[in-house]
Design a protein around this ligand. Structure first.
Ligand code: NI
Length: 166
């Protein structure tokens, strides 16, 4: 089921999400819905808080349009290592009409659980590394606009007012 995506400044987006302790049918359904919602948007990643569920679950697919889908679903993801630096343009389904360059690690190692409950480690670079960092930020109540310089953030807030955010 495609879910409604919350947008800035919805307070759920600012909340720290809680870890998932048991992988229930409800969690599996949530993961399915998140993937469906992400592909429909379309986007390259989605975190549960973006559809109003404050739990630590993310989905990512950075495969090119013409390639086969490569869905990554991670429960309780944690960045255990980051290195290098990237400064690429980012957008967010919860922050419409705005994009900006954000400083990120060029490579990350992420630990978490797959949907079957097994612990897994993902080694990511480039776009996938950015997606992991962006989505895990969502679980901590951080939007990419929170990582901008004060001046750029002010520009964002001005633009946000124009599209109706208070
Ligand atoms: Ni986002």
């Amino acid at each position: 089921m495609i879910r409604h995506i919350l947008t800035f400044p919805d307070p759920v987006l600012k909340k720290k999400a809680t870890p998932i302790t048991v992988i229930t049918d409800e969690i599996r359904q949530l993961a399915n819905d998140m993937a469906e919602t992400m592909y429909d948007a379309p986007g390259v990643g989605l975190a549960a808080p973006q559809i109003g569920v404050s739990q630590r679950l993310i989905v990512i697919d950075v495969a090119a349009k013409d390639d086969a889908p490569q869905l990554i679903t991670v429960i309780n993801p944690v960045i255990i290592h980051g290195e290098g630096e990237l400064y690429e343009e980012e957008g967010c389904l919860s922050v419409p009409h705005f994009s900006a360059n954000v400083k990120r690690h060029a490579k990350v190692v992420v630990k978490g659980l797959s949907l079957d409950g097994h612990e897994r480690v993902w080694h990511a670079d480039d776009l996938l590394a950015i997606a992991f960092q962006h989505e895990i930020d969502h679980l901590d109540g951080i939007l990419f606009v929170d990582r901008l310089s004060p001046l750029k953030r002010e520009l964002f807030l001005k633009k946000a007012k124009k599209w109706g955010a208070p």
